[in-house]
Design a protein around this ligand. Structure first.
Ligand code: HAM
Length: 416
């Protein structure tokens, strides 16, 4: 039997209803703040992610689905959405539009990770990106918008961690300082942390090994090495969040798996999730546009995992699917079949949710089915001139002409 590939899943109608609700909340919350929808292709030139996300990241090193398009070009299923949105910004000259350009997306992404609860190989993200603004208000507003979305979805036990990465220059000076510290304490680090000293020393803060963690407590922190402008920007972001009543923990060791971040960095976690507790996160990426050969453009954004938000969400108030009319057949009459078919079409055009019997059930079976799907009325069509209409709530039934079915329903006339 052929099954869905490992790490992927089907979105069945019951799941789709919850996703529709989530998307409606995204549309409302981000739409009200002036964000507009964008969708980019499912695959892109591999180079976009190699340059955008960063050669040294786990994503680029081991998690990308990369293939040759048959013409010698290397393509990759998108592992994330920020680099593609920047590519689109540059390609369409969006720097000529009023700034910032504020965009959102709900798309699926691909990472060849070991699947577990909350971690898949194809997953969905809601993302928001604001490009062309260096203002601290942009960072704070984006964080508030994600907090609002998580609240609207009643995602449980949410915590926000916040940090700043400063700029690439202070960061590389800090990186040298940290590298020296790690070298000096190499014998007290896990093999994994040792192996990463040169490639990605910051990852040592992520270690689960107790001795490494202990050693990292004494390590220099990037937050203490920010230059004046970056420190000022970060203080402003914090003040705005304080005013907005958003609580957060400053976490100077916060690291994220993408290389493009500068200044503000944040992550929302939910204790309702297991090991994969990251619900959504993002930050500023002021240099990414230039790295992709675009005009220098400060930008900020976030993405949140749809599956993780839904896993951590309480019961969502999803609307029941209403059926106003079920069109049943009293017999096998050919003309009656055409009348029934037409009646269902006309009912929909009149604004009713109408379903037609399609399975050849007996009349009794049809009424049972109509009851199961929660139909308000059942029209039982005999032939072109004769039908009866049954109110499933009261049980009242009346004979009428097929053409009278819709007006009677719309007027809500009594059937007894
Ligand atoms: P990210 O932290 O890699 O950031 O992913 C964002 C969110 O996507 C995570 O917090 C998580 O909820 C979800 N996610 C990531 N990987 C998986 C997976 N394998 N299975 C299920 N869910 C997953 C980014 O992708 C950045 N582009 C965010 C950003 C936007 N930064 C600036 N703008």
């Amino acid at each position: 039997m052929i099954q869905a590939p490992r790490g992927t899943f089907d979105i069945l109608p019951e799941d789709a209803v919850r996703r529709d609700y989530l998307e409606a909340q995204v549309r409302e919350i981000l739409g009200a703040a002036g964000y507009r929808r964008i969708e980019t292709p499912t695959f892109e030139a591999t180079e976009l992610f190699a340059r955008g996300v960063g050669e040294a990241t786990d994503i680029v090193q081991k998690e990308m689905y990369t293939f040759d398009d048959g013409g010698g070009r290397s393509l990759t299923l998108r592992p994330e959405g920020t680099a593609p949105v920047c590519r689109a910004y540059i390609e369409h000259g969006m720097h000529k539009l009023p700034q910032p350009v504020k965009l959102w997306y709900v798309s699926s992404f691909f990472r060849a990770e070991a699947p577990q609860r909350g971690r898949y190989r194809q997953f969905w993200q809601v993302g928001a990106e604001a490009m062309g603004s260096a203002a601290a208000e942009t960072d704070a507003e984006l964080i508030v918008l994600l907090a609002d979305l998580l609240a609207a979805l009643s995602v449980r036990d949410v915590r926000l961690r916040l940090s700043s990465l400063g700029n690439p220059e202070t960061r590389s000076a800090y990186r040298e300082e940290l590298t020296s510290y790690l070298r000096a304490h190499e014998d007290r680090l896990s093999d994994e942390a040792q192996a990463r000293i040169d490639l990605n020393p910051m990852r040592a803060f992520d270690a689960t090994d107790p001795r490494t963690r202990e050693t990292m407590r004494g390590a220099p922190k990037l937050l203490d090495r920010l230059d004046d402008d970056d420190a000022e920007h970060f203080a402003h972001v914090q003040a705005l969040l304080d005013d907005a009543g958003i609580s957060y923990e400053l976490d100077p060791t916060l690291v994220r798996g993408l290389d493009y971040y500068t200044r503000t960095l944040f992550e929302f976690t939910s204790d309702a999730l297991g090991a994969q507790s990251g619900v959504g996160g993002g930050g500023r990426y002021d240099r990414l546009m230039e790295q992709l050969d675009g005009p220098p453009t400060p930008a900020c954004g976030w993405a949140a995992g749809v599956e993780r938000m839904l896993l951590a969400a309480s019961e969502l108030p999803v609307r029941p699917e209403l059926v106003d009319l079920f069109v049943a057949r009293a017999n096998g009459d050919r003309a009656g079949a055409r009348t029934a078919f037409e009646l269902a079409q006309d009912a929909r055009r009149a604004g009713l949710a109408a379903q037609l019997e399609l399975a050849g059930r007996s009349l009794k079976g049809q009424l049972k089915h109509a009851d199961r799907i929660g139909a308000r009325y059942v029209a039982i069509v005999e032939d072109a001139e004769h039908a009866s209409l049954k109110d499933m709530e009261s049980g009242d039934q009346r004979e009428l002409e097929p053409t009278d079915v819709i007006p009677v329903i719309l007027r809500g006339s009594r059937l007894s």
